[in-house]
Design a protein around this ligand. Structure first.
Ligand code: ZN
Length: 434
């Protein structure tokens, strides 16, 4: 593998003391096809991660705009479900026009609205989010042998804090200053991952997106575009941290024959679906909300009205979305939720049944159908639907445990059995600091 980390070493050697260059053994590369689950972060690193998030939120506030939050959510629903872990993540969608997203230690992910705006479809978005998540799952920021910049900035931070403390005698101020320098140097903002780490994150991300049912063929293009966009990053050229885009694309293209079958076999409900026969259906049924579609935009506006309890306005928008695209399962989902909220579970059930016909692998369709069955006292059907919903999206398990609409079946002994069978999958919350 091409490594120009040599120049990174030389650059550091010129700046840092020789102790920083002690030859720690390099961790073995994660083999192609493996998506690591991620080891727990140390409490110190978790603290740094949380601090990085708070610093970011000070500069770039969270956005609650449905078109951003829902799009991120619908893509992450599938990505997190594909990780072999039951960890809880915190996702923050922030207002910033830059093409960026990053993970911070302690299961934090920050996504800029600029990234959501520049991804032309959800496969591309999944490629970027999968890559960022992969840095974290591979614990790249935790790898002291590679992250020499961390050691360097720790030194800088220490001496700055000592200076401040000597001058002012203010311990808190000295600590804050040290923390600020450490954060910047820690790569949480400038991401000084090595070239081999970047290539490894590309590799893991490719399989992660495929496992989540996103087309891995879209990944090489995204990185070529990114490279064209900021070809003149001074930091990149100084540190030599980013592999040349042609090399990245070539490495990904080489792995496509391995990743593609996992996308094709993207399995929902535990059974294998061969995409050759059903590719169109899958693309439609399992697609995530897409900002670039007029029909989906109407749905996201409808959801905003729904959340403000303005059901009539919400219903009108969902109906317009359905007119714009009669196959939009999300519009039917919206109409079903409006009917449910207006106290009409039978009508609601009709919408969800139509939705399920269009989107037989949609976890939301099964889940919402379970709710209507439960409210209508149809326990056996409700249990069957809830089991299917959770098989498709394990994150719905915790929701099912305290959803008022499912009170009817939670007392049923078959409910625990239905839930016990399900596998894990990471969970996440968006824009919540708790
Ligand atoms: Zn990266």
């Amino acid at each position: 593998m091409h490594t120009s980390s040599q120049c990174f070493f030389k650059w550091l050697a010129a700046v840092a003391t020789s102790t920083l260059l002690a030859c720690a053994p390099l961790r073995q590369n994660i083999p192609p096809g493996v998506v690591p689950a991620g080891e727990p972060w140390s409490p110190e690193k978790q603290l740094i991660g949380r601090q990085a998030v708070l610093e970011t939120l000070k500069a770039h506030p969270m956005t609650y705009e449905a078109r951003y939050v829902l799009r991120a959510q619908s893509v992450l629903d599938r990505i997190f479900s594909a990780i072999n872990s039951t960890e809880q993540w915190h996702v923050f969608v922030v207002e910033n026009s830059e093409w960026n997203a990053f993970c911070a230690p302690g299961n934090n992910m920050v996504i800029y609205t600029g990234l959501l705006n520049s991804m032309s479809d959800n496969d591309e978005l999944a490629a970027v989010l999968g890559h960022e998540l992969s840095h974290d799952l591979a614990r790249h920021g935790d790898d002291e042998s590679l992250n020499l910049l961390t050691a360097l900035t720790a030194e800088l931070a220490k001496s700055a804090a000592e200076r401040t403390y000597q001058k002012t005698g203010d311990k808190d101020r000295a600590m804050n200053e040290a923390m600020g320098i450490t954060l910047i140097g820690n790569g949480l903002f400038i991401a000084p991952y090595s070239q081999s780490q970047e290539l490894e994150a590309d590799r893991i991300g490719l399989f992660l997106m495929a496992d989540a049912g996103f087309n891995p063929e879209k990944a090489p293009n995204v990185w070529m575009r990114k490279a064209r966009k900021n070809s003149s990053s001074a930091l990149d050229s100084l540190l030599g941290t980013h592999p040349p885009s042609a090399e990245r694309a070539a490495a990904l293209l080489q792995l496509l024959p391995l990743a593609k079958p996992r996308f094709l076999n993207y399995s929902k409900k535990g059974k294998t679906i061969t995409l050759t026969a059903h590719s169109r259906e899958i693309a439609r049924d399992n697609r995530a909300l897409d900002l670039t579609r007029a029909s989906d935009l109407l749905v996201t506006q409808g959801i905003q009205y729904f959340e403000a309890a303005q059901y009539d306005s919400a219903r009108q928008l969902y109906e317009r979305a359905l007119q714009a695209d009669p196959h939009n399962a999300y519009a039917l989902n919206g109409l079903g939720t409006v009917a449910m909220a207006s106290g009409n579970p039978s009508r609601s059930q009709q919408y969800f049944e139509r939705m399920l016909k269009l989107a037989p692998y949609s976890a939301a369709a099964h889940y919402n159908l379970a709710c209507t069955h439960s409210v209508l006292g149809q326990n056996t059907q409700a249990l069957k639907e809830i089991q299917q919903a959770i098989a498709i999206n394990p994150q719905l398990k915790s929701k099912a445990l305290d959803d008022g609409d499912l009170v009817g079946i939670r007392m049923d002994p078959r409910f625990d059995q239905a839930l016990a069978k399900q596998r894990g999958g990471a969970t996440f919350v968006i824009n919540s600091l708790e």
